[in-house]
Structure formats: C-alpha cells, structure tokens
Design a protein around this ligand. Sequence first.
Ligand SMILES: *[C@@H]1O[C@H](CO)[C@@H](O)[C@H](O)[C@H]1NC(C)=O
Ligand SMILES: *[C@@H]1O[C@H](CO)[C@@H](O)[C@H](O)[C@H]1NC(C)=O
Length: 215
Amino acid sequence: MGSQFLLVLLLALCFSFASAHSPEQDFCVAIPEPNDAIFVNGKFCKNPEAVVAEDFFLSGLNIPGNTRNKVGSNETQATVNELPGLNTLDISLVRIDYAPHGLNPPHTHPRATEILVVLEGSLYVGFVTSNPKNRLITKVLVQGDVFVFPVGLIHFQLNVGNTSAVAFAGQSGQNPGVITIANAVFGSNPPISDDVLAKAFQVDKKIVDYLQSQF
Ligand SMILES: *[C@@H]1O[C@H](CO)[C@@H](O)[C@H](O)[C@H]1NC(C)=O
Ligand SMILES: *[C@@H]1O[C@H](CO)[C@@H](O)[C@H](O)[C@H]1NC(C)=O
C-alpha cells in the first residue's frame, strides 16, 4: 500500500503548479467595513513562526469509509478543512470507497479538476460536457488506471465489480466543493418549487414530488 500512496501523492502534486487561482468557497460577499470581515479568500494564515509539522499532516486515509448508505460509496476528504497546511495551495486529496455495485452519484466540483486512480476493483466512470452537446464520455477502469474529470463537469463512478473498490483522487483546489446533482436539485432546503422542476424536467408535478420525497 505504501508505494500506491506515493503514486497518488505524486499525481496530486502535479496540480500545484498548473492551476490558476480560484475562489476558495462558494461565495465571498464584499462588505465596506473590514472590521466585520470573516476572511478574504480561503482561511486566515497562522503565524509562520508558529507552524509545526502537524499542520501539514493527516493520517487515517488507509481506513475505508463506511459504504452502508443508499448509494454504497463514501468519500474521505483531505481538504483544507482537514489539513490546514493546504490553505492557499490549490490542491487536495480524497479517498473514495465503493461497496460492490456502489455508486459515487453524478456530481460536480465547482472549484477543482479531479484526477482519479483506481487502487482496487473496477469502476465505470464518466463525465458530461457542457451545453449544447452534453456529450457523455465514459470508460471502465481497473486497478492502476487513471482518469481525469475536468473542473465543473458532472461526473460519476459506478463499481461494476462484485467486490469493494477503492480509488484516490487529487483535486486542484484546497476546498473543491461537491454538488451532488440529485440531492441539490431534489433535496434542496427549502425545496425548489415543483412548478420549476416539472417544467425543467418536462414531467408531471407528481413525479417531481415523488423524487423530492426521496431526499
Ligand atoms: C462515511 O464514513 C465515515 C467513517 O466511517 C462515516 O462517519 C460517515 O457517516 C460515512 N458517510 C456516509 C455518507 O455514509
Ligand atoms: C459477479 O457475480 C455474478 C453473479 O454471481 C456473476 O454472474 C458475475 O460473473 C460476477 N462478475 C465478476 C466480474 O466476477
């Protein structure tokens, strides 16, 4: 497992020089009075004199996430929220576990491209290009295979094997963000009006209400 971790980390490091600076959170509304400000971009910086090795360290990514949930997958993050030393560095890491036939459902990362490597199992992966073509690009990956999900595009991974699968992914953002399509559209808080969703999806409102009741 040691050399596999090294491979993942090397892949992740490739991002650090390639990525442009991006917003580090969903939004950062300007205010006129700096005394009331919470942060500028990303997080506050610790005094460099006070920095210790632990600030750049995280353990436990050898432990599988619990996949006993509706979709059968689990993400263990190593973003700036778990690893403060990542602040301003435009890079992070995630471990993804998949139960047999488990799904990492269609989602986007608004602030990161993702490069994924399969350590165990086989995954059917794909992403959809922007409007108007919405071209679906897919591939079945096995152990050792690497695949890229470009920033912002909807993507997914399905475990097509009869065993558990594990992947790691480097992400070109310290706080990539995740928008799971089904949850965001049908499970928002408060719910999006079924007038809106019935027209958007060109279905009866009853179908929308049913889908909303699943979240
Ligand atoms: C993912 O796994 C962790 C650790 O086992 C667990 O605490 C968490 O609830 C799981 N998340 C989901 C969505 O199942
Ligand atoms: C998965 O299990 C099913 C049912 O037992 C079997 O038909 C199939 O060949 C298995 N697939 C693999 C890849 O082992």
